[in-house]
Ligand binder design. Structure first.
Ligand code: ADP
Ligand code: MG
Length: 474
């Protein structure tokens, strides 16, 4: 048996208004080949300028990943020719990455693990190429879009751990609002490095690097395929080559592109058109002190302080807005387990049933807290609460308003219930006599009459108690 080692290089597009080094609009979904400028093509006489918003966003991720942040920004030029790179070079950070030596904590059912981050750096995206049968089309709108690249240490030990890391990273990125990190739009893509080694060996095996894998599902398949392929090689005494491979979603397999061993010489040199820029410590401090509570911290609180399960906690943090709703509902006084049940079960059901996303509905912590309070003080039954919940989300109204409108308010006043119960007993003298003759089960029938006559408005628990007292007096 072999142990697997995985290292990931993740590219994330930042959601700035303009590009990394030019004022052109950072958007490439509509009107192809329109969001471009002479700077994106490095026309003679043009100079790049560094996008401050992109740098701030990158720093916030560098902070969230617990990296040591460089005291200055500098860029390098990576030279190569390819149609998706009209300048003939990419501006990146090779010598002095923005951040290094960090970690991201990930959680699973059994506990937690730190995935070590080798570095995070800033660069620019290339154009997007779409390969047809015997030709390719190109969209330059993506040229120069701000990217951060996050490089992990080779410390990931299973395919599940790799996916967990990617999901956790994506959540952090979304919480920081620096990218939607939507896989289907190519906003988060990764290179997957996989190697195997003998179980008793400390030395890492020779790795294959699978380039540009576009979805988490593809990452899973690419890793599984590499484990299978490399296991077979090793079992048959075939040496594993250090190579770059590509993944095909059509076959679920990887294919050799080129043997690596520094095959490509990018002739890096310091980007001459951008001076060194200091990163003021006060800027980093400011970003640190304004940092929101990140999803993993929230999950830990939900599990350790509120006693929720790992599954529930993970469900609650799946979107920042959902986690915020939960937190605020607790702050208003709701019981965490009850609030969690409504959000992870009823709300999820509602969204699935109506094919809606959370951001398409309006539910507030005030609404949810009021609903929970109304159930707990027995103003409405659990059954009624389900109905109120639907109307509450559908019409965005407070539960108190809804139960008045629907005439749902339960009678909880004991005097009123006693009067009502006695009226029913008066109308059912035969049943009362049956009871007195010793057939006390008849009380169930009477209870049914009470509930029926009240149209479900009387609190059943109270009614039952009072009925049993009143019938004794007969
Ligand atoms: P390169 O410069 O060729 O891209 P790096 O040393 O920067 O190589 O590593 C790139 C990625 O490969 C990192 O994510 C790292 O964790 C991963 N990696 C390095 N060695 C191995 C290995 N033996 N097995 C699996 N992943 C590895
Ligand atoms: Mg690399």
């Amino acid at each position: 048996m072999y142990k697997v080692t995985i290292g990931l290089e993740v590219h994330v597009e930042l959601n700035t208004k303009s590009k990394m080094f030019s004022p052109s609009v950072n958007s490439y979904d509509k009107n192809i080949n329109t969001n471009i400028s002479v700077i994106d093509f490095a026309f003679p006489g043009t100079l790049p300028t560094v996008n401050k918003a992109a740098v701030n966003k990158a720093i916030s991720l560098a902070v969230a990943l617990n990296t040591e942040i460089s005291s200055y920004l500098m860029f390098d030029r990576k030279n190569y020719y390819y149609p998706d790179l009209p300048k003939g070079f990419q501006i990146t950070q090779m010598t002095k990455p923005l951040g290094k030596n960090g970690y991201l904590e990930i959680l699973d059912e059994n506990g937690s693990k730190k995935v070590f981050i080798h570095q995070i750096h800033i660069e620019e995206d290339s154009a997007s190429l779409d390969h047809k049968d015997n030709y390719s089309v190109i969209n330059y709108n993506r040229v120069g879009v701000p990217l951060v690249e996050i490089v992990t240490e080779p410390c990931i030990e299973s395919v599940d751990e790799a996916i967990n890391f990617l999901e956790t990273l994506r959540n952090v990125i979304r919480y920081l609002n620096i990218s939607d990190a939507d896989q289907t739009k190519g906003q988060i893509r990764c290179d997957v490095n996989v190697s195997l080694r003998k179980e008793d060996s400390d030395e890492l095996g020779v790795r294959a690097e699978v380039k540009n894998v576009n979805s988490f599902q593809s990452v899973r398949e690419a890793i599984n395929y590499e484990i299978e392929r490399q296991t077979e090689c090793l079992n048959n005494g075939i040496e594993i080559k250090r190579e770059t491979r590509r993944y095909s979603p059509d076959t679920g397999k990887t294919y050799s592109m080129r043997e690596k061993a520094d095959a490509v010489d990018y002739k890096y040199y310091v980007e001459p058109n951008i001076p060194k820029i200091d990163i003021e410590p006060s800027l980093v401090e400011n970003i640190k002190s304004n940092m929101i509570t990140l999803p993993v911290e929230r999950m830990k609180k939900y599990i350790n302080e509120y006693g929720l399960s790992y599954r529930e906690a993970k469900n609650l943090i799946r979107e920042k807005e959902i986690s915020d709703l939960f937190n605020k509902t607790i702050d208003l006084g709701s019981n965490p387990k009850e609030a969690s049940n409504w959000i992870t079960m009823k709300l999820t059901e509602y969204l699935n049933k109506n094919a809606l996303e959370f951001n398409e509905i309006s539910i507030t912590a005030e609404m949810l807290n009021e609903l929970i309070t109304l159930i707990n003080n027995k103003t409405i039954s659990n059954e009624q609460a389900k109905k109120v919940f639907e109307v509450m989300i559908g019409e965005s109204k407070m539960p108190n308003v809804i139960i008045k409108e629907l005439g749902m308010e339960q009678v909880t006043n004991e005097e009123e219930i006693r009067k009502f119960v006695n009226e029913i007993l008066d109308d059912n003298i035969d049943a009362v006599n049956t009871y007195k003759s010793g057939k006390i089960n008849i009380v169930g029938f009477l209870m049914g009459q009470v509930l029926k006559a009240s149209g479900g408005k009387i609190n059943p628990g109270l009614a039952n108690k009072i009925l049993n007292i009143e019938i004794q007096k007969r």
